[in-house]
Write a new protein. Sequence first.
Length: 233
Amino acid sequence: MRINKYLAACGMASRRECDRLIAEGSVTVNGKSAVIGQEINSDDEVFVNGKKAVLQKNEYYILNKPKGYICSVSDDKGRKTVLDLMPQNVGRIYPVGRLDYDSEGLLILTTDGELAQRLTHPSNEVPKTYLVKVEGICTEAALNPIRSGVEIEGGYVTKKCKAHIVETNKSYTKIHVTLTEGKNREVRKMFAAIGKEVMLLKRIKVGELTLRGLDRGAYRKLSAREVAYLNNL
């Protein structure tokens, strides 16, 4: 295993940060200074600034994120983060992907950096389904530009996606949208492009994983079967 991957698995830092620590000479392997790209085996003793690096058992959680929390480990503006809702005795746990401050719903958090990277990398096209509530009446025909790909700010054209109406009346329309990419505030921008303001945005599924039985602001550990499912997405 490469040393930066090993250190990240030990919860020391991200892989990039681990490479920086190695370059600074803060990491030793069997008493000798480590080098970037070095291979590590189970018999090696690795230390970072004098602290032994020990492999951790990964933790996996699902959280029903409420509005008013940011998907970050900290915030320089003093806003609440999703980690404020999680147990404090786990290791270096990170949110997988993002839901913006005003959005809510399904969020995976884990110490497993490799899984997090696979779930968020655009090439893997992991489907994520959202409940979108917009003002006024929206027809199926009005959703066609979103389904086929719509130009949002900056000139970017979104990928094809699935969208269908689940409820409508004179005041609002509720729509399920399934994407395989995750640009910043993409869903809101897509609906803005067809002249619709989003009143509510809630992620309800990642793949086939849902929020069933999980109240707003609550979390639970993922089962071994659910972790295996995510690893195979």
